[in-house]
Ligand binder design. Structure first.
Ligand code: SF4
Length: 699
C-alpha cells in the first residue's frame, strides 16, 4: 500500500503540475501514476512493473511524479534510463525542471554520461607533447602516425580552452563537432585510465563530472551506461542498485542492448595487427627496463609475454585457415552456425588458441599490477615510467580479455542455462574474419544484476506487450511473475482522425521488380494528390536499404530532388530540412529505414501521410533471431507464430506510431504490403494496431 503521506505528495505534485502547464488531468496518466505508485510501494510486486503506455498518455510525467516522490521518501536515488538522446534532452530540459518547480521537496537532477564523452587530459598531453615523461604511445610502435595539421590545431585550441576554464571537457559542450577519429585519441576508457595515479587527476573533466553525480537525487542516463555499470557489478559509475529506483523508458530496447553488452566479438585481422604492435612494444619495453631499472622479474615477465604473444599470432593464423572454407564465396556475408554449433575445424583451432589467450590475459594482469606499483613508487623516474606504460598495458589487457571471452565461447559447449548464437563473416573492408558469439537468453543475468537487487524498477514504452499479453517479455527479461503489468490505452480518437489504407491488389513483395514498380507509382500518385490536398509531410518507411534505393532510382530526377533519403543525408539533417520545408509551406518527403520508425517525432503537418512498404519481419539472415527460431522449432514450437509474428507486430505498432503524435493530428497510413490483407496472419497483425478507420485501396 502507498503510505498516506506519499499518496498526498503524489496527488499534490500532479495537480500543481497540471495547473502550472494549464493542462487537464488525463485518465491514462492518472491510471499510470496510480499503478506505478502501487508497484513501487507494494511488497507483492517486489517493486517491479511493466507499463505499456500508448502514444499521448504523457508517460514521462506519469512515471516521474510517483518515482521521484517515492525515491525521495525512501531515501533512494532515482535512475532514469532511456535509449535515445532525444528523450534524455526532453527529461533534463523540460520534464524534470517543470516538476522541480512544483514538488514540495527540493531535489537535484542531471544528465550522467559515460567516460567517453569527456576529454582525457593525459591523452591530450600525450598527443600534443608526447606525455608527461616524453614517452608518447607513437614512440612504442614502428611507423606511428604524427598528428595532421588540422588535428594539431584543434587539440591546441582544446588544450587552451580547458586550461583557461573556458571549456569543461565535455564533448557535447564544445561549440563545433569533433570528429570521431580526433576524439578517440583524446578520450579514455576505464582500461587505460590511471585514476588517482594520473598526474591530471586533480582537474580531470571526467572525475569532476563524476563527483557532482554523487550529489544528484535523479540521474538521467542511457541504457548503455546503465548496463556498463551493471556489468561492472553495479554501484561503480552509478549509485548501487540497492540504493536506486529505476525507470527504464524505451524499455523495448533493453533485450537487444543487454545482449549486445554480453556478446563477444573478435576480428582476426585487427587482432593480429594488435598482437604485432604488442610484440614490438614489448621489445622496446624490455630494452627500457633492462636499461633503466633493476627489474629482473619484470624483464622475465615481459619476455614471457612476448613469447605468448608470438604463439597467439600463430593461433590467429590457424583460426583464419579454419574460417576460410567456412565462408568461401561469401564475402561480407554472415555465416551462421546451425544451433550455434561451431564447425569441427574452427572448434579445433579455438581449443588450440584458448590456453594461450588465457596465459596472455594472466601475464597482462601481472604486468598491469607491476605498472601500478611503479606509478605508486616514491622515485620520480619509476613513477613516470609506470604512469606512461599503465594506460597502454590496460588497453592490451582489455583486448586480451575480449579475445579470451570469444575463444571460450567457441571452444566450450553450450549448457542448458547458457547458449549462444555464433557466426562469422569475412570482412573484405577491414580484412580478416569477424567472429561473433551472442547469448540467446539474458534473463538470468538481468535478474541477478538488476531485478534482484534494485529498490524498484518501472519499465515503460509504447510497445511492450502483444495485444496486452506481457508473458513473453516477462520471460525474456527474467522478471518475476509478480511484476505488475498494465497496458494503458492511447487517448487518441484514432477512428475519427486517422485512416489505415490496405493495398489489396498490390503484387507479391517477393516479386521485386513488379512490387517496386507498384510502390513507386503509388507514391508518385499519392504525393501528387497530397500536394493538391495541401497535405504536407510524407514519411515512407522501408524495411531494407536495397528496396529503398531501388524505389528511389525509379523516380525521375525532378522527383528525386524532392526526396530526403536516409543514407544520402544524415538522419538529424533530414529531419531539420523536412521541418524547414514544411514550415515554409512546401511539401516534403522522407525515405527512411527502421531508425525512422521510432524515436523520430514529426507532429502535426510534419507527417500527415505515412507509407509502410513491407511488414517489418526480421531480415532472414539475422543470426540471433534465426538461432532462437531453431530452438523453438527443436522444442516442438512454431517459431513463426511464437517469434517472427509477435516481433513484426511490435515493429509495425512502432512504425504506425509515427503518424499521430498529438490530439490535433490527423492523417493516413498506407501499408502497401498486400499480406496485411490477404495472409493467414493478417487479422493477428491488424488487431494489434491502434483502431484506425480501415480502408481498402484498389489501384
Ligand atoms: S584521470 Fe583518467 S581520464 Fe582523467 S586525465 Fe587521467 S587518465 Fe585521463
Amino acid at each position: 500500500m502507498v503510505p498516506e503521506s506519499l499518496r498526498l505528495a503524489i496527488q499534490s505534485s500532479y495537480s500543481l503540475l497540471l495547473e502550472k502547464q494549464g493542462f487537464k488531468a488525463r485518465s491514462g496518466q492518472r491510471q499510470m501514476i496510480a499503478a506505478i505508485s502501487r508497484s513501487l510501494c507494494d511488497a507483492e510486486t517486489n517493486g517491479l512493473s511493466l507499463m505499456e503506455a500508448g502514444t499521448g498518455v504523457g508517460k514521462s510525467v506519469a512515471y516521474l511524479i510517483p518515482s521521484i516522490n517515492i525515491a525521495l521518501g525512501k531515501n533512494k536515488k532515482l535512475v532514469i534510463s532511456t535509449a535515445t538522446a532525444a528523450l534524455q534532452d526532453q527529461l533534463v530540459n523540460q520534464d524534470l525542471p517543470n516538476l522541480k518547480e512544483v514538488l514540495g521537496t527540493p531535489f537535484s537532477y542531471g544528465l550522467v554520461k559515460g567516460r567517453k564523452r569527456y576529454l582525457c587530459q593525459a591523452n591530450l598531453d600525450k598527443s600534443l607533447h608526447g606525455g608527461t615523461s616524453g614517452m608518447a604511445v607513437v614512440d612504442y610502435f614502428e611507423g606511428g602516425q604524427a598528428l595532421g595539421q588540422e588535428s594539431l590545431k584543434l587539440f591546441t585550441t582544446l588544450e587552451s580552452a580547458r586550461t583557461s576554464d573556458q571549456w569543461d571537457g565535455d564533448r557535447d559542450h564544445w561549440p563545433d563537432t569533433i570528429n570521431d577519429n580526433d576524439w578517440n585519441l583524446i578520450t579514455s576508457d576505464r582500461h587505460s585510465c590511471m585514476g588517482g595515479r594520473c598526474p591530471f587527476f586533480s582537474n580531470c573533466s571526467f572525475y569532476e563530472a563524476r563527483e557532482s553525480v554523487e550529489e544528484l537525487d535523479a540521474l538521467v542516463v542511457n541504457h548503455d551506461l546503465l548496463l556498463a555499470d551493471l556489468m561492472l557489478g553495479g554501484g561503480v559509475i552509478l549509485p548501487a542498485p540497492e540504493d536506486s529506483i529505476y525507470v527504464l523508458d524505451e524499455a523495448h530496447h533493453l533485450i537487444e542492448k543487454t545482449r549486445n553488452h554480453l556478446s563477444a566479438r573478435m576480428n582476426t585481422g585487427a587482432s593480429a595487427g594488435a598482437v604485432g604492435e604488442i610484440i614490438n612494444a614489448l621489445s622496446k619495453m624490455s630494452e627500457h627496463f633492462h636499461a633503466s631499472l633493476d627489474s629482473g622479474a619484470l624483464a622475465t615477465l615481459i619476455l614471457g609475454l612476448r613469447s605468448q604473444a608470438e604463439q597467439f599470432l600463430t593461433a590467429i593464423g590457424q583460426l583464419e585457415v579454419a574460417a576460410e572454407p567456412v565462408s568461401e564465396n561469401k564475402p561480407d556475408q554472415i555465416v551462421r552456425f546451425e544451433q550455434g554449433k561451431v564447425p569441427e575445424a574452427l572448434l579445433v583451432s579455438s581449443l588450440a588458441a584458448l590456453p594461450t589467450s588465457r596465459k596472455i590475459r594472466t601475464s597482462l594482469e601481472q604486468l598491469s599490477h607491476e605498472m601500478e606499483k611503479l606509478a605508486d613508487s616514491d622515485s620520480s623516474d619509476s613513477k613516470e615510467v609506470g604512469q606512461s606504460w599503465f594506460p597502454l598495458v590496460g588497453e592490451w589487457l582489455h583486448r586480451a580479455e575480449s579475445w579470451h571471452e570469444l575463444l571460450s565461447r567457441y571452444a566450450n559447449p553450450d549448457s542448458d542455462e547458457q547458449y549462444f548464437a555464433r557466426w562469422i563473416r569475412r570482412n573484405t573492408r577491414g580484412g580478416g574474419f569477424d567472429f561473433f558469439a551472442a547469448p540467446i537468453d539474458i534473463s538470468t543475468q538481468l535478474d541477478e544484476l538488476l531485478w534482484h537487487r534494485a529498490a524498484g524498477a518501472v519499465l515503460t514504452s509504447a510497445t511492450l506487450s502483444v495485444k496486452g499479453n506481457f508473458n513473453r517479455l516477462l520471460t525474456q527479461l527474467g522478471l518475476p511473475e509478480s511484476t505488475l503489468s498494465e497496458s494503458i490505452q492511447s487517448p487518441f480518437d484514432y477512428a475519427n482522425i486517422a485512416s489505415l489504407e490496405l493495398c489489396v491488389d498490390a503484387p507479391d513483395p517477393r516479386n521485386e521488380f513488379e512490387y517496386d514498380q507498384y510502390v513507386t507509382g503509388l507514391l508518385e500518385r499519392a504525393i501528387e494528390a497530397d500536394k493538391g490536398a495541401l497535405v504536407k509531410g510524407t514519411l515512407v518507411l522501408f524495411s531494407s536499404n536495397r528496396q529503398m534505393e531501388r524505389v528511389y532510382e525509379k523516380f525521375e530526377a525532378e522527383w528525386k530532388s524532392q526526396i530526403l533519403m536516409q543514407g544520402l543525408i544524415p538522419r538529424m539533417e533530414i529531419v531539420r530540412r523536412h521541418k524547414s520545408k514544411i514550415d515554409e509551406g512546401k511539401g516534403s518527403v522522407i525515405f527512411g529505414l527502421r531508425s525512422f520508425a521510432e524515436g523520430i517525432d514529426l507532429p502535426g503537418d510534419y507527417c500527415t501521410h505515412l507509407f509502410i512498404t513491407r511488414i517489418p519481419f526480421s531480415v532472414p539472415d539475422d543470426p540471433i533471431e534465426a538461432t532462437i527460431s531453431e530452438r523453438i522449432s527443436a522444442g516442438g514450437g512454431n517459431s513463426f507464430r511464437e517469434l517472427s509474428l509477435p516481433n513484426a507486430a511490435i515493429r509495425l505498432i512502432q512504425s504506425v506510431g509515427r503518424l499521430i503524435r498529438s490530439e490535433t493530428d490527423s492523417g493516413t497510413v498506407t501499408i502497401t504490403d498486400p499480406r496485411l490483407k490477404n495472409s493467414s496472419y493478417s487479422r493477428y497483425l491488424l488487431s494489434a494496431l491502434p483502431p484506425f478507420r480501415v480502408v481498402e485501396r484498389r489501384d
